[in-house]
Design a protein around this ligand. Structure first.
Ligand code: AMP
Length: 116
């Protein structure tokens, strides 16, 4: 299990680093990825600093569900009527680089499968 540590996303939540925020509520924040991999690339993060999906516990079920519903909401608001992909990179083999749980919402072009 990863330890809960300060990440760049904690600074973003505290507004210490500017980002292009597209949605916010008590539990979640959504903002544009700084290195977009598709025409639409938004990150949805919990305000609670859960490091990875593997660190989530049963008590986090409400926030996890809320993150998915937030992903649906911001995808709709971004105009992704033709579909999109939601990705949670988890741990080193999953390609995770920021250890604060986040959902990638990717869309606006045809996405290939399988990912690299
Ligand atoms: P992952 O590799 O799944 O951990 O994804 C981390 C994502 O955070 C990457 O897509 C980065 O481009 C993105 N990212 C890192 N720093 C920032 C930042 N300051 N503002 C917006 N997105 C960021």
């Amino acid at each position: 299990m990863s330890e809960t540590t300060e990440t760049i996303f904690s600074k973003i939540i505290r507004r210490e680093i500017p980002v292009d925020i597209v949605y916010e509520d008590d539990l979640a924040l959504a903002f544009k990825d700084i290195h977009p991999q598709a025409p639409v690339h938004i990150l949805v993060i919990p305000k609670k600093p859960i490091p990875t999906l593997a660190d989530a516990e049963s008590q986090d079920h409400a926030v996890l569900g809320h993150l998915l519903l937030t992903a649906k909401r911001v995808a709709k608001e971004a105009g992704l009527e033709n579909g999109y992909r939601v990705v949670i990179n988890t741990g080193d083999d999953g390609g995770q680089t920021v250890y604060h749980l986040h959902l990638h919402i990717l869309g606006g072009r045809q996405l290939s499968w399988p990912p690299g």
